[in-house]
Design a protein around this ligand. Structure first.
Ligand code: ZN
Length: 452
């Protein structure tokens, strides 16, 4: 008989005997086996089949607290030391508190290959102490030199997108405080294979949830800011509108429309340059050019209200204010299927009655082209070009003049050539000023000037 076969036979004999012994002494599984089984189940729920980093599993059963660990073996020494130090810290903190065999600590991880060079590792700890279960997450982002930080621009654009995703999720939007979310520094970022995970410690944001809040910002949304090795594997998706915060941002706005001819001419230019603007239309004439409004909205332009009949809403009665707003909302909704969130008050006239009786963000401007007065293409163009740095500016024009449409034809390519990205008013607020707009607040020229 071959020596290996002999050894196998010997081994199976031992196994049968030990099984027999277990059964003789009461058939109860050993607590250590139960613990290991529980740990394996937990590892299964938290490790993924695609883990790109090999793991090493250890179990340390003890009557005063047991620890089961699945730990990545990382070839890069510096990164391996940091991850190991975290595992050791979690273990020693647990051991200092654990007292019974019901106290347990499980540590596992998931790993993601974001690119040839970049790996994200998410370590998940589950701790049971005195019957209380607590979960902890810690992320590590690694390249071939060791741990990496996520660069400032990428961090900023990722967080802006993450906040949008959280507030768009009904599960969170009703319980998370917007301002706490914006100022929270209790978050971690993780490179995965499809996007950056943003993991917030929910305790800082709401008392209604005790788990972490995790959202994933897809790479296609933040491509311009990604490290080269990831950018190389993420296809540019032109159907996804992205705002590049490394560019200067400017918002063109057009009041007093819609106009069948000139709104469309302005949209022709915007469409040709893959750009957007914001239109503040009048309720009383919306039905003259509903298709122009629908076209603008479909192109990604922002549509706002400019009242119904161009009434001065500072001097109007409260009843009149409410009527001007609601009758515009009604026509607007009929044409576009949603209500406007922005209102540009006619003449920029804002008083406390308007502020207190409107459910919209009141939007002013910072550059006045006086196109309504001059009706001269060259003067409109010159008024913008002579402003100097336009980053963060809201430019006021009107979509009812031929001269304005002609000026737009020259201004849009000029702005793009000069490094600007044309955005909507809401995008400017979000990406340039990182402002959470409030209803009834007037974002006047003072606001834009003080934030520039
Ligand atoms: Zn107007």
């Amino acid at each position: 008989m071959h020596i290996k076969t002999l050894f196998k036979k010997y081994l199976s004999f031992i196994m049968v005997m030990s099984l027999f012994a277990t059964c003789v002494f009461g058939c109860a599984p050993k607590p250590q086996d139960v613990f290991e089984q529980e740990a394996d189940q937990w590892f299964d729920t938290f490790s993924d089949a695609q883990s790109v980093v090999k793991s090493k599993v250890t179990y340390e059963y003890s009557k005063t607290g047991s620890v089961a660990v699945s730990k990545p073996s990382i070839a890069i020494v510096d990164a391996d030391l940091s991850v190991s130090a975290y595992y050791d810290k979690m273990k020693s903190e647990f051991r200092a508190k654990a007292m019974s065999d019901q106290d347990k600590l499980f540590i596992s991880y998931k790993s993601y290959k974001a690119s040839d060079d970049i790996t994200g590792i998410e370590v998940n700890c589950q701790q049971i102490l005195g019957g209380n279960k607590t979960g902890y997450i810690k992320t590590f982002n690694i390249d071939s030199n060791g741990l990496i930080e996520i660069a400032d621009t990428l961090r900023r654009i990722t967080l802006i997108n993450a906040r949008d995703l959280i507030m768009a999720d009904q599960q969170y939007s009703s319980v998370v405080d917007k301002n706490a979310l914006r100022s929270s520094e209790d978050y971690q970022l993780l490179y995965t294979d499809t996007g950056i995970d943003v993991i917030y410690d929910s305790k800082a944001l709401t008392s209604a949830l005790d788990e972490q809040i995790t959202v994933q910002v897809p790479y296609s949304k933040i491509r311009f800011a990604l490290p080269d090795s990831i950018k190389a594997v993420v296809a540019q998706d032109d159907s996804v509108r992205t705002v590049d915060i490394t560019k200067k941002l400017v918002a063109l706005t057009f009041d007093d429309g819609p106009n069948k001819t000139y709104t469309n001419e302005i949209l022709d230019v915007l469409e040709a340059y893959n750009s957007v603007a914001t239109f503040f239309d009048l309720g009383s004439i919306m039905n003259n050019a509903p298709q122009a409004m629908q076209r603008a909205s479909q192109l990604g332009c922002e549509m706002g209200s400019h009242s119904y009949s161009h009434k001065n809403l500072k001097t109007a009665s409260v009843d009149k204010i409410k009527e001007e707003i609601s009758s515009t909302d009604a026509v607007f909704e009929e044409i576009l299927g949603y209500k406007p969130t922005l209102l540009r008050p006619p003449y920029g006239a804002v008083g406390s009655d308007l502020k207190e009786n409107c459910d919209k963000y009141l939007i002013g401007w910072s550059v006045d082209t006086l196109d309504w007065k001059n009706r001269d293409k060259d003067k409109v163009v010159a008024s913008v070009k002579s402003e100097g740095d336009l980053d963060g500016d809201v430019i006021l024009m009107h979509s009812i003049y031929k001269s304005t449409a002609q000026a737009v034809e020259e201004l849009v390519p000029w702005l793009i050539e000069n490094g600007y990205q044309l955005v909507t008013v809401s995008e400017l607020m979000k990406y340039r000023f990182e402002t959470e707009m409030e209803t009834g607040k007037y974002y006047s020229s003072q606001f834009f000037e003080s934030h520039k």
